[in-house]
Design a protein. Structure first.
Length: 502
């Protein structure tokens, strides 16, 4: 049972009917009589109230709502008042969080990820907020989350506004948040969607994110060695960093790549911004960033990054991107535009850029980037050549070396940098050969870290490499002539990058 997932499409169904079905399924799953189950539904017009009484604010009397044939139903889910009507997709996961290895916060983040990945191909960029679960387009709310967990089993869920009549929200204060505007895909894009196709895409995403792994695999991955156990800080600086990124609608590799250093970096008030959207054209098996057809580059992104720098008072900014094989220059012009705009407002800021391999356009991309020197130029080889078909399909080790060599030759004395992960099944001799290849290509700096599986859709960890082995590779790298080496289990390309800088 733990290894299965069933998804049931209820179609357009009354809220009370679907709620009763949730209760029935919840009881069965608690008794472990059924597998994890997710209901998908649309509802006739209805307003539901949550467990937070102070967040249940109606602006119209119940009598008036009854005249409009809008029922008001009290529930025990989290959150406050919200509304459902046709054209809104509602997801009700009845899942055992222990089976999935998730806590409640991780579960809510997973729901938000499903929603954002569903909407981005439709032309809607949205983000989550820790302080207000759901999805936001700038300061407008497009999806609401209200869940309940009992005996480790969830029910209730997430409602996403696709092309529903938003006037129903005029009858309440959404989730008790005064002044919040509600939006939808139709309102944001002007386009009607195929709800049938959208349900199919949603089903695929739910399977990807909620299909449990076999217990033996999960148990092995869960048992991290002592040197890889790390708690996630949540102090004032961490929250301020998170709020800044959320309010500006910026992507970060911290979230997109599920980086284990997020807490450490955000506690220091630093973050690695991920430009060119949150959708990648590649499908690298070590990375949890979404793969799909991406949107056109957002021309407002440079200004939003500049505002992030101002609010966070940054002195050093690491900028990376998804791979954009769909763009003639691989996204180099957008890198240039972001750097140029930020420099106009923050002339003393230093940059490090971590680029894709610019497949088929390396010369053109480097020519474009030459307009915004200086910066540290980084590109990651990620692993040894023999593992590329499994780890980096679509990439070539030699092409990465060629890019680093060309950057050194084109940009003169700027530092070049790369990174490699251990624990994917590579041999010592292969690692040593990669380090020698990088030095031959003129690479100055290297980070060596432990591969940690960012999501269950990514490759499994083959080996947890001990800290003393990382120290060995550090000394080996220094002997090979690297000017700066960061080799430790949690090392990532941008971790403490500002310590060395340009």
């Amino acid at each position: 049972m733990q290894q299965r997932l069933q998804i049931i499409d209820c179609g357009l169904a009354p809220y009370r009917q679907v709620l009763a079905r949730q209760h029935e399924l919840h009881e069965k799953l608690v008794r472990r009589e059924i597998a994890n189950t997710i209901l998908i539904a649309e509802h006739p017009p209805v307003i539901t109230l949550g467990a937070r009484k102070d967040a249940n604010k109606l602006l119209v009397s119940r009598a008036e709502l009854e005249k409009e044939q809008i029922e008001v139903i009290e529930t025990r889910r989290g959150g406050g008042a919200t509304a459902h009507n046709p054209g809104q997709l509602v997801i009700y996961p009845i899942v055992n969080l222990q089976f999935l290895g998730l806590d409640v916060n991780q579960y809510i983040r997973t729901l938000e990820t499903v929603g954002s990945q569903l909407l981005e191909p439709l032309g809607v960029r949205c983000t989550g907020r820790r302080s207000a679960p759901g999805l936001w387009v700038d300061n407008k709310k497009i999806a609401s989350i209200g869940v309940r967990v009992s005996s480790s089993v969830t029910y209730h869920g997430m409602a996403i506004n696709i092309q529903n009549d938003l006037s129903i929200f005029d009858s309440l204060v959404p989730c008790g948040l005064e002044g919040v505007e509600i939006t939808s895909v139709l309102k944001e894009t002007g386009n009607n969607c195929s709800m049938t196709r959208l349900r199919e895409n949603l089903t695929d995403l739910l399977v990807r994110h909620f299909m449990p792994e076999p217990p033996s695999t999960k148990e092995r991955i869960r048992k991290l060695p002592s040197w890889l156990r790390r708690t996630l800080p949540a102090g004032k600086t961490y929250k301020r960093t998170e709020n800044t990124l959320n309010s500006l609608g910026l992507h970060t590799i911290c979230w997109g790549g599920n980086c284990p250093n997020r807490g450490k970096c955000w506690e220091r008030g630093t973050a690695t911004v991920l430009i060119l959207g949150g959708v990648c054209t590649r499908n690298c098996k070590f990375c949890s960033v979404t793969t799909n057809k991406p949107l056109v580059p957002d021309v407002t992104e440079p200004e939003r990054i500049a505002e992030m720098v101002r609010q966070m008072k940054l002195k050093y900014l690491v900028m990376t991107s998804v791979t954009r094989d769909d763009l003639p220059d691989g996204g180099a012009a957008h890198f240039r535009n972001c750097i140029r705009r930020v420099r106009e407002q923050h002339s003393e800021l230093r940059f490090e850029i971590l680029t894709p391999d610019f497949r088929h356009c390396q010369s053109r991309a480097l020519e474009v980037l030459a307009d915004v020197l200086p910066f540290v130029f980084a590109h990651n080889v990620e692993t040894v050549p023999s593992l590329y078909p499994a780890v980096r399909p679509g990439a070539e080790h030699q092409a990465s070396l060629n890019l680093l060599k060309a950057a050194k030759e084109t940009f003169g004395n700027i530092p070049t940098k790369s990174s490699i992960m251990l624990g994917l099944g590579e041999s010592d001799s292969e690692v040593e050969q990669v380090l020698e290849n990088l030095r031959t290509a003129g690479c100055d700096r290297i980070t060596i870290g432990q591969y940690l599986r960012p999501s269950k859709n990514c490759l499994e960890v083959v080996e947890y490499v001990r800290p003393e082995k990382f120290e060995y590779w550090k000394q080996k790298s220094l002997r090979l002539g690297f000017s700066w080496v960061c080799s430790e289990p949690f090392a990532r390309s941008s971790f403490f990058a500002e310590k060395k800088g340009f």
